[in-house]
Each structure stands twice: as structure tokens, then as C-alpha cells.
Design a binder for this molecule. Structure first.
Ligand SMILES: *Cc1c(COP(=O)(O)O)cnc(C)c1O
Length: 415
């Protein structure tokens, strides 16, 4: 395998033309789309349209005339096919942290009302889950779900055994942010159900990265980000999925007016909307939310099967090139090799991880660093090429060979 071979693969890649839909800077190989996706070219014009035509001209009329009020549901219906959900089951709203709070609170409440499961008081998760997920579960049990405990297991292998007759809810992130490990959603959901527990899945590193079938795989609730693989823009609103079978029983402590059955009746008592609208809380950041559509428009040009096929080709190629061309330089693969257990990012441990990543970024290869000592590289199949993979590994090889680590790099507030 050489650079020419990579260029030949790109020439045959059916997704290669999609890169033109993104505004990526010259001289940068962007391997951090798992943290903040690239900007769709259409985003600028859409932002200008929302600000000029819809806000400046339309003013408050735009809640109706520009479809602002319906945007959370309309965008949710566009995310639904990407995660294997039905129409009317997803809304784009709030943040992943807040949606997780709502989903977890709802799941705990469903269980508390259950004739046989009402006494269960444990939320099972992984110690290696993304911190906000753990903190949200801890916050819920400290304030609202008093008497509940958050049980953190140390490995995916330990999960099945940890789910028992005390488990109310199993809360997992489908693809681990650090290692790229992908859980078997169908098997774990089935196991949880057999034991009488409900499941809440965080799809932050899965939506737009791997094909998902939340409904078929038996998940109960799910949340996820739009600003990672889905390219919705920095801080863009997240999404929440509540399947039809759970919608009637779905209630959250954040019973805001957007979740009311008749928001403009301005009634003093809360009454939940029918359907997925009850997962909404309050007024949304419309400028930001409007840009989510420009990212989804690019996904509409392909299929998740095609995205997955290319993503696996890129991550396989990256692992193979790093292990052959950077051999002997202390890199350790922490991401599973097995396709079914891998998401769309790859992490390698290195004793000088932070300095190596700082040097890479200095040379235009943008990945990121995660404690402890992990170099993390995300591959969005919509805009990363095989030649990018070759070039990134070549720059990594040069840095490692000359021990050209940027040890003096400052740790910024965001890493
Ligand atoms: C990125 C990520 C989040 C981010 O949550 P915010 O509320 O958007 O800050 C949450 N959970 C997981 C698993 C993530 O990877």
C-alpha cells in the first residue's frame, strides 16, 4: 500500500464527491469530526437567510411563516431514518446532557410505576462512560430520584452480570468516546429486558457514524448530538428519541411550555402534548438549529450503509498504516479491531500522547487528545479521503521518528 494506491481508492470512492459540500481549510486534515463536525458549505447562506429574511424581515411572524415552531419536529423526522426510528419519534432540542436527564428521569418514572419493577433503585452504567452522562445520572439521583444509586461497571464484559433484579435502568453510550468501542445494542437491550430493566442509549458518537436500528434493537430511549458526525455546528441542539410505545407514559421534570398540549392557551396547569412534542421544554436557538438541516442535507445524498463501508475502510487503513509505518514508536491500539465492536474513530495510546497530538495539530493534522495518554482520530466518511489517511500517518511517522513532540504546548481550556 502506498500513496498512489490511496489515490486510486479515492478515485473509486462513491462518497468522494460529498467532500465538496464542506468548507474545509486548505492544508488541514480534519480528523476531529467526531468532536465538532466540519462546516457544510450551505451553512453560511442558510445562516444569512435566517438572520436576514426570517429574523430581520419576518420578525415574530417567522415562528409561523418560516416554520420555526415546527423545526424541532421537522428536523427530528429527518434524523429518524439515520437511527432507525419512525416519524414522530424524534425531536431536535436542548443539549445531549439535558435530553439525557429527561430520558433518564422518564425511564426511572416508568419503572417506578411498574407493578413488579417499582422497587428497583439502581441505574447501571460504565465508569468509562462520557463524564456528563455519569454526572447527569448522579445529579438525578441526588436531587429527584432520591434513594437511587448509580452503579458503574469497569468493562463492557461486566455489564450483563451487573444487570439484575435491582436494576431500574441501564444507561449506556453506544460508542465509547475514548476507545471507540461499540456495544451490541440488540444483545444488551434484550438482556436488560429479560431482567426487567429499561435502556437509555447515548448515540453521541454513533449518529451519522454507524448504521443504527434503535427500534429493531429494542432500545427504550435514546439521545445524541448533532454537532459531531452530523455536522450541525458548534453547540447545535441535540436530539431525543422516544418510541411510540413509550410516548404515552413519557414525562419529565422539565415540563416546560413547549411540551404542553396547547402552549398558546397559556393555561396555568401543565398538560403534556400528545406524541413526541412532550419531550420539548422551552424556546430553542433557532439560528443554530436551522444550520442542523444543512448537515442533514448531505447525509440525504447517501446511505448509512455506504457511510459505514467507507468508514470501516478508512479506519482499517489507518490502523494498518500506523501499525506498519509507525512500528516501534510506542503506539498501542486501544480501539477494537473487530468491525462490529468499532465506531468511526480510532485511538492509540502513547506515553507522550499530548505532545504528539500538539505536534500533529501544529502540522495541520487535527485530531485530539484524551486522558490518559490517548491520541484520538475521528473519520467522517463524508469528507475524509484515503489519501488524507496516508498523509496523516506520514506526518505522524515523521513526528515519532524525530521525537518532534511539542512538549511545550500549553493545555488550552478545551483539548
Ligand atoms: C459529546 C458527548 C456529549 C455532549 O453533551 P453536551 O450536552 O452536548 O455537552 C454527551 N455524551 C456523550 C457520550 C458525548 O460523547
Amino acid at each position: 500500500m502506498n500513496r498512489q494506491d490511496c489515490i486510486a481508492l479515492d478515485a473509486r470512492d462513491p462518497l468522494a464527491p460529498l467532500r465538496a459540500h464542506f468548507d474545509l481549510p486548505e492544508g488541514v486534515i480534519y480528523l476531529d469530526g467526531n468532536s465538532l463536525g466540519a462546516a457544510p458549505r450551505a451553512a453560511q447562506a442558510r445562516a444569512a437567510q435566517v438572520i436576514r429574511a426570517e429574523w430581520s424581515e419576518g420578525l415574530i411572524r417567522s415562528w409561523n411563516t418560516a416554520g420555526w415552531f415546527d423545526l424541532p419536529r421537522r428536523l427530528g423526522d429527518r434524523i429518524a431514518p439515520l437511527i432507525g426510528a419512525g416519524a414522530g419519534e424524534v425531536v431536535v432540542t436542548d443539549t445531549t446532557s439535558i435530553n439525557l436527564f429527561k430520558a433518564l428521569a422518564a425511564a426511572v418514572a416508568v419503572q417506578a410505576r411498574h407493578p413488579r419493577n417499582g422497587g428497583r433503585r439502581v441505574i447501571v452504567t460504565e465508569r468509562g462512560n462520557f463524564p456528563t452522562d455519569l454526572y447527569i445520572a448522579q445529579g438525578l439521583s441526588a436531587w429527584l430520584a432520591r434513594g437511587y444509586t448509580v452503579k458503574m461497571v469497569d468493562s463492557a464484559a461486566a455489564l450483563p452480570q451487573a444487570i439484575d433484579d435491582d436494576t431500574a435502568v441501564v444507561m449506556l453510550t453506544h460508542v465509547n468516546y475514548r476507545t471507540g468501542y461499540q456495544h451490541d445494542m440488540a444483545a444488551l437491550s434484550a438482556h436488560a429486558h429479560e431482567r426487567g430493566a429499561l435502556t437509555v442509549w447515548d448515540l453521541a458518537h454513533s449518529a451519522g457514524a454507524v448504521p443504527l436500528a434503535v427500534d429493531r434493537d429494542g432500545a427504550d430511549f435514546a439521545v445524541g448530538c448533532t454537532y459531531k458526525y452530523l455536522n450541525g455546528g458548534p453547540g447545535a441542539p441535540a436530539f431525543i428519541w422516544v418510541p411510540r410505545r413509550h410516548q404515552v407514559g413519557f414525562a419529565t421534570p422539565l415540563s416546560g411550555w413547549w411540551g404542553h398540549v396547547a402552549p398558546f392557551a397559556m393555561a396555568p396547569e401543565f398538560a403534556p402534548a400528545d406524541g413526541i412534542a412532550r419531550a420539548l421544554c422551552g424556546t430553542q436557538p433557532i439560528v443554530s438549529m436551522a444550520l442542523v438541516e444543512t448537515g442533514l442535507d448531505v447525509y440525504a445524498l447517501t446511505t448509512m450503509a455506504a457511510v459505514r463501508a467507507k468508514s470501516l475502510a478508512l479506519t482499517d487503513l489507518f490502523i494498518d498504516l500506523v501499525e506498519t509505518r509507525c512500528a516501534g514508536h510506542g503506539l498501542d491500539l486501544v480501539t477494537p479491531r473487530e468491525h462490529a465492536r468499532r465506531g468511526s474513530h480510532v485511538s492509540f495510546a502513547h506515553p507522550h500522547g499530548f505532545g504528539v497530538m500538539a505536534a500533529l495539530i501544529g502540522r495541520g493534522v487535527i485530531g485530539d487528545y484524551r486522558e490518559p495518554a490517548l491520541l484520538r482520530f475521528g473519520f467522517n466518511a463524508l469528507y475524509i479521503s484515503h489519501a488524507d489517511v496516508w498523509d496523516a500517518v506520514e506526518i505522524l511517522r515523521q513526528i515519532l521518528e524525530h521525537e518532534d513532540y511539542d512538549v511545550a504546548a500549553e493545555r488550552s481550556a478545551v483539548t
